[in-house]
Design a protein around this ligand. Structure first.
Ligand SMILES: NC(=O)c1ccc[n+]([C@@H]2O[C@H](COP(=O)([O-])OP(=O)(O)OC[C@H]3O[C@@H](n4cnc5c(N)ncnc54)[C@H](O)[C@@H]3O)[C@@H](O)[C@H]2O)c1
Length: 315
């Protein structure tokens, strides 16, 4: 199987012209839609015909996203929602149902990396970092999944990170939260398959690509002072961030339109050519694009049941 091409711009398979109005009439919710990747996702979904609910706390910039979405002739509604607060999510999703109708597409985009080593965290700061990258996504999933199961349709996309798949110093809380959402996605999809919802309800975890979306991604001054070499390394690494927010955003529009279902339940890196990856099909993607552990000698990871089988065979 050939390697998928890597991209640092919007490419033909995910281009707005290719996707057209594939999400017309759908109701989409995007969290953290006021700026950066979330704002681009809201606009890409609007461009593909979906009405969009924009969840954020930054009302001024939310209004800018709303105006950008409305240019595409869809309904766009801003909601002042703190996605870290379950009650706020419950109230907001009830309002969305009333204003726009049942949710077809949910994109959980809110997340943040404090970039601190464990030795400079308190338990509280560590835990709030884990929460920031897991709780909002789960809180919103619990709002929409029962309705999606009832209507036997829906798409949930979670903006995770490569950090959830590799260990990263200074990213303990971030990696933990992002890793957890990637694993949650695979568990949710497995249960959906088991209950016969198969590809009618499809769930994904995405790395948006190394995306230039924030004005500053530098270390906090106290961390930079304690670890100057790491801070300098990070500044160099950040220069490699080249993907525009639209690349992840258009990938979301592609997935929401049901064009990437071979990847359901999996983790995908938006720098890869999704057309090539999806063309490999479910069989071709078996055991790929997911979190796993490999053992010496190819021993299977089945929690000890293999030993029981071997002992039984040796009796
Ligand atoms: N930029 C990258 O290269 C990169 C790489 C990997 C993963 N990601 C992930 O992509 C996602 C978006 O990143 P970004 O750089 O665009 O983020 P950003 O910080 O620019 O934007 C986040 C948005 O979320 C909103 N928000 C924050 N807390 C909120 C809350 N409690 N309730 C409601 N809204 C809230 C903010 O107001 C802001 O509008 C994040 O999950 C991030 O971890 C980004």
């Amino acid at each position: 199987m050939s390697r998928p091409q890597l991209h640092t711009s919007v490419y033909p398979a995910i281009a707005p012209e290719t996707i057209g109005q594939a999400n017309k009439g759908q109701v989409a919710v995007v969290t953290g839609a006021a700026r950066g990747i979330g704002a681009a996702i809201a606009e890409a979904l609007a461009k593909s015909g979906a009405d969009v609910a924009l969840l954020d706390l930054d009302e001024e910039r939310q209004a800018e996203t709303k105006a950008a979405c409305e240019k595409h002739g869809v309904r766009a509604r801003p909601y002042a929602c703190n996605v870290l607060d379950l009650k706020s999510c419950e109230r907001t999703f009830a309002s969305i149902q009333e204003d726009l109708g049942p949710v077809d597409i949910l994109v959980n985009n809110v997340g943040a990396n404090a970039r601190r080593p464990f030795c400079m965290e308190t338990f509280e700061s560590f835990w709030s970092g884990v929460e920031m990258n897991l709780k909002p996504a789960m809180a919103c999933i619990f709002q929409v999944l029962p309705g999606m199961r009832q209507r036997r349709r829906g798409c949930i996309i979670n903006i995770a990170s490569r950090a959830g798949t590799v260990p990263m110093p200074f990213g303990g809380a971030y990696c933990t939260g992002k890793g957890a959402i990637i694993r949650a996605v695979s568990c949710i999809q497995k249960e959906l398959e088991m209950d016969g919802f198969g590809d009618n309800i499809h769930v994904y975890a995405l790395h948006p690509g190394a995306t230039l979306s924030q004005p500053s991604l530098s270390f906090h001054p106290d961390v930079a002072e304690a670890y100057p070499q790491e801070a300098a390394k990070w500044a160099q690494f950040h220069k490699l961030f080249k993907c525009p927010p639209a690349q992840c955003a258009q990938t979301c529009a592609f997935l929401a339109a049901g064009r990437g279902k071979a990847l359901r339940g999996k983790y995908f890196d938006c720098e890869q050519d999704i057309g090539t990856v999806v063309a490999a099909g479910e069989e071709g993607l078996k055991g790929l694009y997911e979190l796993k552990v490999d053992f010496l000698g190819g021993l299977p990871n089945d929690g000890g049941t293999a030993v029981a089988v071997i002992e039984h065979e040796n009796k």
